[in-house]
Structure formats: C-alpha cells, structure tokens
Design a binder for this molecule. Sequence first.
Ligand code: ADP
Length: 306
Amino acid sequence: MKKVTVKCPATVANLVCGFDILGMALKEPFDIMTLKLIDEPRILITNKDDYNLPTEPEKNVAGVVLLSIMEKMNKGIGFEVEIEKHIKPGSGLGSSAASAAGAAVAANFLLDSVFSNDELVQFAMNGEKLASGVKHADNITPCILGGVTLIRSIHPLDIVKLNAPDLFVTVVHPQIEVKTSDARQILRKEVLLKNAIKQWGNIAGLVAGFEKGDTDLIGRSLEDVIIEPVRSILIPGFDVIKSKSKEAGALGGGISGSGPSIFMLSKEAHTASLVETIMKETFSQLGIEYKTYITTIQKSGVELIS
Ligand code: ADP
C-alpha cells in the first residue's frame, strides 16, 4: 500500500495589518504526518504526541479534510493517518491548519496529484471550519504554498504567492489561553474611514515591500490600527515586547493569528536573538510560562519527507 510522510509548517496569519488575508509559513515548529492509502472507505487516526487530540475522523481536522477528499473521489478508498504534532493547538501558530493542509497535500501525493493547489486549499478549509467555525485560508494557504501569501478572495478563491525575503522570525508562545472565538467576538463590527485608509495603505505597503524585498517598507507597513489595539488587551506584555523589540532593531511584528503567540521580524540573526531575550524577560517578569523560537520564513509549503 502506498505511504507518504510529510512535514507541515507552522504559520503566522494576518501579518499584523492583513487580517484574514495575509499569512506566512515558518521553518519551525512543524508537524510530521504519515498517510497510508487503503482500499476500504474508512479513516484511522493515531496520535504520536501528548496533545490528546480527537481520533474520530469527524472531530479531527485531518479526518474532516480526508472525508471531503474521499467523497470527491467516490472510489472506495480510505486513509490511515499518524499525526506527530509539535505545533501546540490553540497557540495561534496554525496548529489546526498544519494538520488540515498536511492531510490534503499528503493525500494528493498518494492520489498521483489529481488535485490543484486551489482544490487542496478548498479541501483543507473544511478542517479550519471544524476548528474555528469559519472557513478561512490565511493559515492554510501559506502552509500549502510556503512563503508569504495573499488571499485576495475566498469566494471565488483567488490566492497569490508573494516574494518572501530572507528574514528572521522570533516567536514567543506564552502559555495562556486566548480562545479564537473570544478574539473574534471582541472586534468592533465597524471601522472609521480614516482608520480604513491607514490600514489599506499599510497592507498595500506590506505587499509592495515583500515584492520589492524592501525591508524598510515592510517595517513601516507592519502597523495595525484596527484589530491589534483591541486584541492585544488579551495578551499581557504585548506592548512592552513590541516597543522594546523595535528599539532593539526589529522591523516590527505583532500578534500571530488570533494569539496568544507574538512574532517579530528582523533582518539580522543577532537582532532576532535580542528580541528573544526581550520576550523571555517580559514573560518571566510576568510569571507566565512561555516557549520561544528563532526561525526564518519557510519558502516551501507542506513537504514530502519520504
Ligand atoms: P491554532 O490557531 O493553533 O490552529 P485553533 O484554535 O485554530 O489553534 O485550532 C485548535 C482547535 O482545533 C482545538 O480545539 C483542537 O482540539 C482542534 N483540532 C482538531 N483536530 C486538530 C488537529 N489535527 N490539530 C490541531 N488542532 C485540532
């Protein structure tokens, strides 16, 4: 029976000003998934980690994605799935997206690449619907395509892979819980025109900055006047980390997805490590446990290991 093992990267959704439309893949952390194609219409999920995620296919994002693929193929096939998760669920680093995208891409390898990237994003979004109640692609798309991606539209799907410069990414995951539903609920439903103008200037600037490899423009555009002022209240230490990191030379950064993880971009490795020290000191002083990563932008998406 055919079997593949894939590496599924963590992702940072929103990229500060691009709420629901921008995302970026990270070199670390990543999950490992092994899928085996079987000739019976069933799904068997095994966890090789301590997160105790559901193994019923309907309750695990990987299972939901595979069920949608089986329905589409309509051929009496099924899958055995082994998930080795390193991206903590609920971290804001695209844990659910890694499993959803990983399942879609791995299944496609087993099915001799019958599906296009757009179709894989559509399948994988079924997993995000299970995890958060809404179909969104800002983690899924960079996880599948790698690098930095823009979702211009979901209906109809219109995704654009952007140029990704060689930047360092420092991430801190404070061990506090921010429910995606809470992080969405506290957002205001309306925005002031003057804020909208500032925001779309920043989004356009950020996209142009990535395309031109203009790191100063990227830094200037990493500003969010709509979501961050409301959401950052849920993350203690956020303002201190952001201002001190920028003083230390970081280009900028913000909340990763709906949090609680925070990310900062830097041009140099030594700046990325100064930022890590700032993150560690801040959460140590607050008495909050944390995990940090110094990594880079992952240029390719879900990768075949064997
Ligand atoms: P993140 O932003 O880190 O992806 P989410 O809150 O979006 O976190 O998703 C985590 C939720 O999805 C949890 O409720 C978790 O139980 C559920 N879930 C189901 N299957 C998986 C899976 N294979 N990987 C991660 N989370 C999963």
